[in-house]
Ligand binder design. Structure first.
Ligand code: NAD
Ligand code: DAU
Length: 337
């Protein structure tokens, strides 16, 4: 039986990964450590909290004693590190916590992984570490690291640390760098769920600047299958890009959301741009496709339909977050710990 520590497993991608592993890989224990920050939500794990192959631990990845105990007590063999502060806009307001969690937290896990000689440490990174593209070209695994926001700088620092642990002391690691994920359970500060929520409530849709910024959209389930392949099949010491091959401008994405919801484009409002806004990301995933046989399962059109259907069917989940009700629940659940 594999014994995996998943960090950040109550967040958007982490919870989708935990769900996928528990649903599709029976011979796996998942120990899920999440500090339940504003972005962590136990409702994301509904149906899996009582699963015998899943143990949830509320905790901070910067807490070395706790992490050492969780990893030792559960005889963990591999770590998949999703835990992070993940929102670029927040990093432009308060960068400190990004350094703490994304850099110091990763360092804490790396030291333990090395000391315990774990089989694999998978660092979930981002295409944003490569910086921004002009009209042409794509990021490959050879593209030099050139982060532009405090968020991407913190993720790049973590990548460098992971590589340094591999280079200096032989840590068995992989780094994955994926493009913009979308799908079920994404916190509505990120563009797609924010726009869906606003459109559903006939609120204005705030488009930064001219709206011609380009992202490559990846359906979250497809990201999870890619991470599983890297965890279980990739040789140690390698880095893999993961993308959906779905380059779209923000205006195109928002237009599709409005069309599907039957709402008017008059809801779009151009607002002040994000400082230092990266113009375009495009990711070349050919390495993971050819070497590990991974491929995305859906087109953007199908993935967006599934996502919108999910948000329509789960308005209560969205309303609980927007109303802050879930935070009150956690304060009650964990406030005294
Ligand atoms: P998210 O913000 O939805 O979830 C992050 C989770 O980490 C939350 O559950 C939060 O409670 C937890 N967390 C934060 N600080 C913690 C700490 N100190 N200790 C323990 N848990 C902590 O983020 P996401 O969108 O699911 O992103 C997951 C990972 O994927 C991140 O590392 C992010 O950098 C990376 N990534 C995300 C995207 C994307 O499009 N969302 C794209 C590329 C890479
Ligand atoms: O590329 C991978 C990255 O994708 C991840 O590493 C990050 O964790 C994740 O948050 C995401 O970063 P972005 O900054 O690209 O995502 P966000 O959803 O914040 O914004 C997507 C695009 O939409 C970006 O060009 C900014 C724009 N935007 C965003 C918001 C929230 C708007 O125009 N209006 C908005 O209100």
């Amino acid at each position: 039986m594999r014994r995996i520590l998943v960090t950040g497993g109550a967040g958007f991608i982490g919870s989708n990964f935990v769900r996928m592993v528990l649903s599709e890989h029976a011979d796996c224990l998942v120990v899920n450590v999440d500090d339940l920050t504003y972005a962590g939500n136990l409702e994301n794990l509904e149906g899996f909290m009582d699963n015998a192959n899943h143990k949830f631990v509320k905790g901070d990845i910067c807490d070395a004693a706790l992490m050492e105990k969780v990893i030792g007590d559960n005889e963990i063999d591999s770590i998949v590190n999703f835990a992070a502060e993940s929102h670029v806009d927040r990093s432009l307001v308060d960068p400190g916590i990004f350094i703490e969690t994304n850099v110091s937290g990763t360092l804490t896990l790396l030291k333990i992984a090395l000391e315990k000689d774990l089989d694999k440490f998978v660092q979930i990174s981002t295409d944003e570490v490569y910086g921004s593209l002009g009209a042409d070209g794509m990021f490959t695994e050879q593209t030099p690291i050139s982060p532009n926001s405090p968020y991407s700088a913190s993720k790049a620092a973590a990548d460098h640390l992971v590589k340094a642990f591999g280079h200096s002391w032989g840590l068995k690691y992989n780094i994955t760098r994926c493009s913009n994920n979308y799908g079920e359970y994404q916190f509505p500060e990120k563009m797609i769920p924010l726009m869906i929520n606003n459109a559903l409530n006939d609120k204005e849709l705030p488009i930064y600047g001219d709206g011609l910024y380009v992202r490559d959209w990846l359906y979250v389930y497809d990201h999870c299958t890619a991470v599983w392949k890297v965890l279980t099949e990739a040789p140690a010491g390698e880095t893999y890009n993961i993308g959906g091959n779905n380059e779209k401008t923000n205006l195109d994405v928002v237009g599709s959301i409005l069309d599907r919801l039957g709402k008017s484009k008059d809801l779009i409002r151009h607002v002040t741009d994000r400082p230092g806004h990266d113009r375009r990301y495009a990711i070349d995933s050919s390495r993971i496709m050819t070497e590990l046989g991974w491929a995305p399962s859906v087109t953007f059109e199908v993935g967006l339909d599934k996502t919108i259907d999910w948000y329509l069917a789960n308005k209560k989940w969205l309303d609980n977050i927007v109303s802050g009700q879930y935070q009150a629940y956690y304060d009650q659940m964990y406030g005294n710990r």
